[in-house]
Write a new protein. Structure first.
Length: 218
């Protein structure tokens, strides 16, 4: 599957959405595209450079790095911890709890997959790892591996990028309210205009629910 052109994969939709958002906003340099592991696509990274925009993506693939004789994970294992970041979050039981994350970051030359190295160049990207220190027994430790084209010069800038990525969960909750709460997908409307009006109303309702104090605590 790695050798299959991106144009023939379902993941081409992420590149198309990136282009569409740039066209609508009209200011690519100010845009930072934040996405989960589904968007860990080398073609997307190249496209952001082509369009002059930026990204922060949670990495899924341990890509080749440097001269191609090792991977990103190898370089990050040899990178020293640059500080701690304390966070508060809701666990699986709905209880608020705290965690300390060890922060690492490094600017790394990242290489395309072997089958695509003739088509795409190597890119100098920033890798940020946030790993939980001393996770309690019975719970999987928090581990975020982010990759971005944005520079990071210190701990505060790394935490800034981590916090930007964390905002993605608000969008997840918004969509959950829209789909599960409002049952938007169950609509029986038959015309695009009626469906657009309904979705506009649902979006306002979902946003108001999301902004209530109880939802903010989540």
């Amino acid at each position: 599957m790695t050798r299959l052109p991106i144009e023939k994969k379902e993941s081409i939709r992420w590149l198309e959405k990136l282009r569409q958002s740039i066209e609508r906003l009209g200011d690519p340099h100010r845009c930072i595209h934040i996405a989960d592991r589904e968007s860990d696509i080398y073609e997307l990274y190249c496209l952001t450079q082509e369009l002059g925009t930026h990204f922060i993506v949670r990495a899924c693939v341990d890509r080749l790095a440097g001269d191609g004789g090792h991977t990103i994970a190898t370089e990050m294992e040899e990178t020293s911890i640059r500080g701690l970041h304390h966070i508060e979050f809701r666990n699986d039981r709905g209880e608020m709890t705290k965690a300390a994350l060890e922060i690492k970051f490094k600017r790394i030359k990242v290489l395309p997959p072997i089958g695509k190295q003739k088509r795409y160049p190597g890119l100098n990207l920033t890798v940020i790892h946030a790993s939980e220190r001393g996770a309690p027994r019975g719970r999987k430790p928090i581990e975020w591996k982010l990759i971005t084209d944005l520079p990071v010069h210190g701990r505060s800038e790394a935490i800034e990028k981590i916090n930007w990525y964390a905002l993605r969960w608000k969008i997840e909750v918004f969509h959950k309210i829209l789909k599960s709460g409002c049952k938007a997908e169950d609509s029986k409307l038959r015309t695009a205009d009626r469906l657009a009006n309904l979705m506009a109303m649902f979006c306002i309702l979902s946003w108001r629910i999301l902004c209530t104090p109880t939802m903010k605590a989540a």
